[in-house]
Design a protein around this ligand. Structure first.
Ligand SMILES: Cc1cc2nc3c(=O)[nH]c(=O)nc-3n(C[C@H](O)[C@H](O)[C@H](O)COP(=O)(O)OP(=O)(O)OC[C@H]3O[C@@H](n4cnc5c(N)ncnc54)[C@H](O)[C@@H]3O)c2cc1C
Length: 427
C-alpha cells in the first residue's frame, strides 16, 4: 500500500487526504494548529456556533459538492431555489436581483432588467456585456485589471458601482483596480453560463467546522488515515531530487512514498529550502463582526450593501454577521472602533436598526484571508506538480485557475490526489 504525508489540515489538505484514503492510500495528515479547517472554522460564542467569517458558496462549486458528498456532509449546506439577492442603498432603498427559477438563461436577463437600483440604460449595458461574455477570449484579458476591462467594455460608473464591483469584491476579495480581469471574467462565465444551478448562492446550515471537518475526520479515520494536530512541519528535506525526510516539532518522518504540501506560500517558504520563487505574495484581509441583538428586525437571509463599508449582512437568526472584504481600511482599527463604524453603517442603511439593540459583538480580523489575484500573480501561480519527484502542492493559491476560495482549495487537493494516485497506484 502506498503511504504519504499531507502537510496542512485546511480544506486543500482535507480534500487531498480524503481522496487519497478513498483509494486505499495510507495518509498521515500533519496540522500545525490544534484545530482542522485552516481559514474555515467555527467556534462557540454566546452559546452560538459562529464562523471565523461567513463563507458563501456558489452553485458552480462542483469540486466542493463532490467532496461534501464523499464525506457525507452535503446536507449541511443549503441551495437557494433561484438566484436572489436583496441589495440596499444608504437611506434604506431596497432593490432585488431576482432571476426566476425557469427559462435559464433568459431568467438572468429578466432579473437584470428588473434590478431597480440601476437606470434602464445601465441595465442594458449590463445585458450587453453579459451577452458578450461567452465569446470573450480569456487570454485577451491577461494584462488588464477588472477596472480597465469594464471601462473598455463601456460599463458606466453606476453599473460598476452597483453590480460589478459588488461581484468582484465578493468573489476576489480585491479592489477592481488591482484584480486580474482574466480571473474575474472566468468566474463570471462559470457562474452565469454553466447552468442555472451555478448562479445560485449556497450557504452553510451549520458551523463551517461541522460542514467541512467533522465528517472528513471521521471518513479519514475509517479509511486507516491518521490526523496529527498541533504538529508543525519545520523542514522538508530533499536529496537526489526526492523528499527524504519531513521534520516536525514532534518527530521526523522518513517512511513515506510521497508528500503533498497544502500550506500557504508564506508558510511553505519557511520550511522548504528549494522554494525558489521570489515572488512577493500579497494578501487581502476580511473583517467580520458578529452581532447579538435583543430582537432581530431583519427579514431576509442576507443583504448586499451598495457603497458601504459593510459588503454583506447575513441574518443567522441567533446573530448577524457583517462582512467587509478587501478590508484594508478597517483591519488595523481596534475592535470597538470597527463595531462603531459598522453600527453607523447599519443605521444608515436599515432604518429598522439602532445600535442599542446590540447585546454583544465579536470582531474577527483575518489579515491574510486570501491572496490578492493581481495580474502578475495570476501568471505565476505555483503548479500542483513539482520538479521534485515525490512532492506535490495544493492550496487555494496554487495554479488552479480560480481565485482563493473554498472551491479552489478543494479542487487543488483533488487534482493533487489524482496525480499521486496515477503516479503511485497505476504506475
Ligand atoms: C474570513 C474569510 C472569509 C472567506 N470567505 C469565503 C467565501 O465566502 N467563499 C469562499 O469560497 N472562500 C472564502 N474564503 C477563502 C477560503 O476560506 C480559503 O480560500 C480556503 O479555506 C483556503 O484553504 P487552504 O486549505 O488552501 O488553506 P488554509 O485554510 O490556510 O490551510 C492551511 C493549513 O496549513 C496549516 N499549516 C501552515 N503551516 C504549517 C506547517 N508548517 N505545518 C503543518 N501545518 C501547517 C495551517 O494551520 C492551516 O490549517 C474566506 C476566507 C476567510 C479567511
Amino acid at each position: 500500500m502506498a503511504k504519504g504525508i499531507v502537510i496542512g489540515g485546511g480544506l486543500a489538505g482535507l480534500s487531498t487526504s480524503v481522496y487519497l484514503a478513498k483509494k486505499g492510500i495510507k495518509v498521515t495528515l500533519l496540522e500545525a494548529s490544534p484545530k482542522m479547517g485552516g481559514r474555515t472554522y467555527s467556534f462557540n460564542q454566546n452559546d452560538t456556533m459562529i464562523d471565523n467569517g461567513q463563507h458563501i458558496l456558489m452553485g458552480c462549486y462542483d469540486y466542493t459538492f463532490d467532496f461534501l458528498n464523499e464525506i457525507n456532509a452535503i446536507d449541511t449546506i443549503e441551495f437557494q431555489n433561484n438566484l436572489k439577492v436583496v441589495f440596499v442603498e444608504s437611506g434604506g432603498k431596497f432593490s432585488e436581483l431576482n432571476a426566476e427559477k425557469f427559462f435559464y438563461p433568459l431568467n438572468l436577463f429578466f432579473g437584470i432588467m428588473k434590478y431597480s437600483s440601476l437606470r434602464f440604460r445601465d441595465r442594458l449595458l449590463i445585458i450587453k456585456l453579459m451577452l458578450k461574455l461567452p465569446l470573450i477570449d480569456l487570454k485577451s484579458l491577461r494584462n488588464k485589471t477588472v477596472e480597465e476591462w469594464l471601462i473598455e467594455e463601456g460599463q458606466s460608473k453606476n453599473t460598476i458601482n452597483n453590480l460589478w464591483s459588488i461581484l468582484a469584491i465578493g468573489t476576489l476579495n480585491s479592489e477592481l483596480n488591482v484584480a486580474s480581469a482574466e480571473i474575474f471574467c472566468r468566474i463570471l462565465k462559470t457562474i452565469f453560463f454553466t447552468g442555472n444551478k451555478s448562479t445560485k448562492i449556497v450557504l452553510p446550515k451549520v458551523g463551517l467546522s461541522q460542514v467541512f471537518c467533522d465528517n472528513a475526520k471521521e471518513c479519514l479515520a475509517n479509511k486507516n488515515g491518521e490526523i496529527k494536530c498541533s504538529e508543525k512541519v519545520t523542514g522538508i528535506k530533499i536529496a537526489n531530487n526526492i523528499v527524504k525526510k519531513i521534520e516536525t516539532n514532534v518527530e521526523n518522518y522518513s517512511e513515506f512514498d510521497f508528500v503533498v504540501s497544502c500550506i500557504p506560500a508564506h508558510s511553505l517558504e519557511k520550511i522548504f529550502e528549494n522554494f525558489e520563487d521570489n515572488f512577493e505574495y500579497e494578501y487581502s484581509p476580511i473583517v467580520t463582526a458578529h452581532l447579538w441583538l435583543d430582537e432581530n428586525p431583519f427579514i431576509e437571509r442576507f443583504y448586499g450593501l451598495i457603497d458601504s463599508k459593510i459588503h454583506w449582512l447575513f441574518n443567522n437568526n441567533s446573530h448577524l454577521s457583517l462582512i467587509t472584504s478587501s478590508a484594508n481600511e478597517l483591519v488595523n482599527l481596534d475592535n470597538n472602533k470597527i463595531f462603531q463604524i459598522m453600527c453607523s453603517e447599519l443605521e444608515n442603511y436599515f432604518p429598522i436598526f439602532y445600535r442599542n439593540l446590540v447585546k454583544d459583538y465579536k470582531v474577527i480580523k483575518e489579515k491574510r484571508a486570501t491572496f490578492l489575484p493581481t495580474i502578475e500573480y495570476s501568471k505565476r501561480r505555483l503548479n500542483i506538480y513539482s520538479s521534485i519527484k515525490n512532492l506535490y502542492f495544493a492550496g487555494d493559491w496554487t495554479n488552479n485557475e480560480l481565485p482563493a476560495t473554498i472551491e479552489s482549495a478543494i479542487k487543488s487537493g483533488r487534482v493533487a490526489a489524482d496525480k499521486v494516485i496515477s503516479d503511485f497506484i497505476i504506475n
